[in-house]
Design a protein. Sequence first.
Length: 256
Amino acid sequence: MKIVTWNVNSLKVRLPQVLEWLADNPDVTALCLQETKMEDVVFPKADIEAAGFHVVFAGQKTYNGVAIIARAALSDVVINIPGFIDHQVRLIAATMQGVRLVCAYIPNGQALDSEKYPYKLSWLAALTAFLKKEMVVYSKLALLGDYNIAPHDMDVHDPKKWEGQVLVSGPERAAFQALLDLGLTDSYRLFDQPEKTFSWWDYRGFGFRKNAGMRIDHILLTKELVPLCSACVIDKEPRRNERPSDHTPVIASLLI
DNA sequence: ATGGCATGTCGAACATGA
């Protein structure tokens, strides 16, 4: 199976691109979306099911919102982090063919002196506590999403320019490490990768053309899944579309 | 140092993203 994360930055705008991409990638089993930016009542469930997919989703107006589109059945759906009071819809989890898929849109944080920054860190702490419990139940678990964290300087086009800023700050990277310390592994770094490979590029200033990007979208795997992972790639093609999302899909292949 | 582009909001300037 292939499992994918893609921040689409509005599913209303990007639905045709999502369906086209799925048609072009028939071996993709599950696609986790972030920033759908729509309430459940207007979610295009019928369109997605008509195209032959299963789908689970949770959203809100204007901001956030997550969904999982899959070619196989999805069960045991959880929306948001249990016990963590949150007015924003940023997480959905479901089980597909024995694999627990956790789709997360981790807060951006805006800036280190913003009130959104401590929210980001508390959200990450709650996520880590939630996953610790999930991993007891589900040995085959993948955490897919927009983490809004570039784990290492090699994941940043210009580390000096970004030094100390949001997405790369020490506490954020420590929170990423805390996820790894649960026993999770960054599937992208299981394999040799080209230098300067990113999953997001700023719309402004020809960011994509200049490859001024960041690798902030990740797929972490439990120990049970690591030996089954045969590849992890970033698909830059959709970034060349007309009206692209600023993020591109990250794809992990699993021998399941 | 700032804004640059894109999206969504009840109808234009603003909030947010990363």
